[in-house]
Design a protein. Structure first.
Length: 495
């Protein structure tokens, strides 16, 4: 048997041994092709193929029989956990290696056990305790604080494959395999082998779904007919053609009614306890503000924004978009005590009883920690939105909906824009003349923004038939989105 055949036999035996030790990994193991190339060095994995160095496979097998199996398992877990970014910083790559080695050392199966387990377990537990959770981003932040000597020592201790050869392989196939592995672990493996439970928290972090709570918020709005000009379904082609061809006679005018979702009655409760960070709260309200503006306000809108820690601190009533803008411009947090959810529900129940709410759509509670839940289910739908960057498990009553978001899911630009607006209000600096509020993504040059907004109207609608239509457009608040400028008055060409 020559060297190539011997190395291929060793790698094939390693794959079979890995499948015997971890049956939930069988599909993941055979999803990777195994290739033997000449030379020495660490194995490489690009998400579809694991390349072993022939001479290194033979020497590693002679030195320690389980080393090749360990390397294969290391590569498979990298793909399974989504560790596939070769351009990541060194601290991130080291954190991913530590997480994979911690999983293998925790399971400690007959075919993957190698020397140095106690040292690796001690180092991982110390770093994970400092990070708060075995998540790559948190562990990378903890590893970046290590000295150069400690980083080098950990690199020698946990490096098993060539991380620079990773490719972008976080595909839907590997995500499905990770979900399937977690399902098998939760259902069968952990009952028979408790040591396999060490991988479950890491797989839960990997399979944690990312929600768009703005879409989640739209579940609570109601659709009803509204006698109002519907700009979204208006086709300007036939309108302008009729004006030009037949002299001021539009062929198809805009619809005079719309069946768009509207905000009728809804409550947003904000946890203002001492543990709540100001930035996520403001970003959450900014995103909720954007979603509610897109949903629209009708004549029967009744939105309550309640601040509460261990008691209700404030209740701001919003009945129109003007009220919502005024609230967001002067918003400030009130509170700083403990966390208790019951006062909000008791207060809302009293509003329902005295007739303030006739058809309450629901209540959304934004919080970052654990509190005391009501004992009974309320008469309206309830959702708890947890802002958590530590991958903690948040339990809610069976009658409540749970939504977990990270601060990264909240738009950081919203916090900066809110801070900029607050500075202007505090300093008394007037807003620029060409717009009524600072739009998202625009520069600080009034002239350029003004010219761009006016030329946009002329380019899309033409002159002079656009003049009559443009007046309607500026008067309609449905076009006042954060990404577009709202001029204080129409251009002179349309007056």
């Amino acid at each position: 048997m020559d060297a190539d055949e011997l190395a291929a036999e060793i790698v094939s035996s390693a794959a079979n041994g890995l499948c015997l030790d971890m049956r939930f990994m069988t599909m993941a193991v055979f999803s990777l092709r195994r290739e033997i190339v000449p030379g020495t060095g660490l194995p490489e994995c690009d998400g579809s193929t694991v390349r072993f160095r022939r001479d290194s496979v033979i020497s590693d097998y002679r030195e320690e029989r389980n080393m090749v199996t360990r390397q294969l398992a290391h590569c498979v877990f990298h793909c399974l956990l989504g560790h596939t970014d070769p351009s990541a910083p060194a601290s991130r790559l080291l954190a991913e290696d530590m997480i994979v080695e911690y999983v293998l050392d925790t399971m400690d199966t007959p075919h993957t056990s190698v020397r140095g387990r106690d040292d690796r377990m001690y180092a991982c537990e110390k770093i994970f305790k400092r990070a708060g959770a075995p998540a790559p981003d948190l562990v990378a932040a903890a590893v970046s604080d290590l000295s150069e000597w400690q980083s080098g020592l950990y690199g020698k201790l946990f490096t098993v494959d060539d991380d620079t050869a990773h490719a972008e392989a976080d595909t839907a196939g590997w995500r499905d395999l990770a979900q399937q592995a977690m399902t098998e672990l939760e259902g069968f493996v952990v009952r028979n082998d408790p040591s396999a439970g060490g991988i479950l928290p890491i797989l839960r972090i990997r399979n944690r779904r990312r929600y768009d709570y703005r879409s989640f918020l739209r579940r609570f709005v109601s659709a009803r007919p509204d006698v109002r000009e519907n700009i979204d379904e208006f086709d300007p082609i036939y309108y302008t053609y009729g004006l030009r061809a037949y002299g001021n006679i539009p062929l198809i005018d805009s619809l005079e009614s719309s069946d768009r979702p509207r905000v009728d009655e809804f409550v947003i409760a904000v946890d203002t306890s001492g543990s709540t960070m100001r930035g996520p709260v403001v970003a959450f309200l900014e995103e909720a503000y954007s979603a509610l503006r897109q949903a629209g306000f009708g004549g029967r809108s009744n939105l309550h924004i309640i601040q509460c820690d261990d008691e209700v601190r404030s209740d701001d009533v919003v009945r129109s978009e003007t009220d919502l803008r005024r609230l967001m411009d002067g918003f400030r947090l009130i509170g700083g005590g403990g966390t208790n959810f019951r006062p909000v529900f008791e207060y809302v129940d009293s509003l329902v009883e005295d007739g303030t709410f006739g058809n309450l759509r629901g209540l959304m509670y934004f919080t970052d920690g654990k509190g005391t839940f009501p004992e009974r289910r309320p008469a309206y739908r309830t959702a708890f939105v947890f802002c958590d960057d530590r991958y903690m498990d948040h339990e809610v009553p069976p009658w409540a909906m749970r939504l977990v978001v990270r601060s990264a899911d909240l738009s950081p630009g919203e916090v900066r824009r809110w801070t900029y607006r607050k500075r202007r209000i505090a300093s008394g600096t007037p807003w620029p003349r060409t717009w009524t509020r600072t739009p998202r993504g625009t520069t600080s040059s009034p002239g350029r923004d003004r010219d761009r907004s006016w030329s946009w109207g002329r380019r899309d609608w033409g002159r002079p038939p656009s003049c009559r239509r443009s007046r309607r457009r500026w008067a309609s608040d449905t076009w006042d989105t954060p990404s577009r400028i709202t001029p204080a008055s129409p251009p002179s060409a349309c007056r």
